[in-house]
Design a protein around this ligand. Structure first.
Ligand code: AMP
Length: 137
């Protein structure tokens, strides 16, 4: 995988406002926050997409994510937040190293805005896609 700016941050070659680090995970403030406390949580494993993570790396993020959410929300005095994780340029990924955004939602005009073009689930289509997904697990 091509080197990204996040590999340089992990190696300490580019500065960041570091919040947490262990042997598999790093968390730091986003340089262009959507709201105060906007945090990025990244694996040290350098892969672009969440489906490429090892189980171990994914588990390391999962272990610390709730604790980071609690700390961020307490620090900014906010209850509500989104976790965002983009995979692929069409899905708004700009840095091709896996990262989870923790984005406080202090009010309607701050934090993440979401387009949600929901449709009615079709039963036959659902059975078909569910069967195909299960066959790939
Ligand atoms: P995404 O669109 O999910 O790939 O988001 C990438 C995020 O990385 C954006 O929110 C950027 O503001 C953030 N970002 C890019 N470079 C840096 C950096 N040097 N330090 C902190 N955050 C960064």
């Amino acid at each position: 995988m091509a080197e990204t700016i996040f590999s340089k941050i992990i190696r300490g070659e580019i500065p960041c406002h570091k919040l947490y680090e262990d042997d598999q995970v790093l968390a730091f403030l986003d340089i262009n926050p959507l709201s105060p406390g906007h945090t990025l949580v990244i694996p040290k494993q350098a892969v672009a997409r969440v489906d490429e993570l090892t189980d171990d790396s994914a588990a390391a993020i999962g272990r610390v994510l709730p604790r980071l959410c609690r700390a961020v929300m307490k620090a900014v005095g906010c209850e509500d937040y989104n976790i965002l994780q983009n995979n692929g340029a069409p899905a708004h990924q700009a840095v091709f190293h896996v990262h989870f955004h923790i984005i406080p939602k202090p009010g309607p005009d701050e934090g993440l805005g979401i387009g949600w073009p929901a449709q009615q689930l079709d039963n036959d289509a659902a059975k078909d896609v569910a069967e195909r997904i299960r066959s790939h697990l």
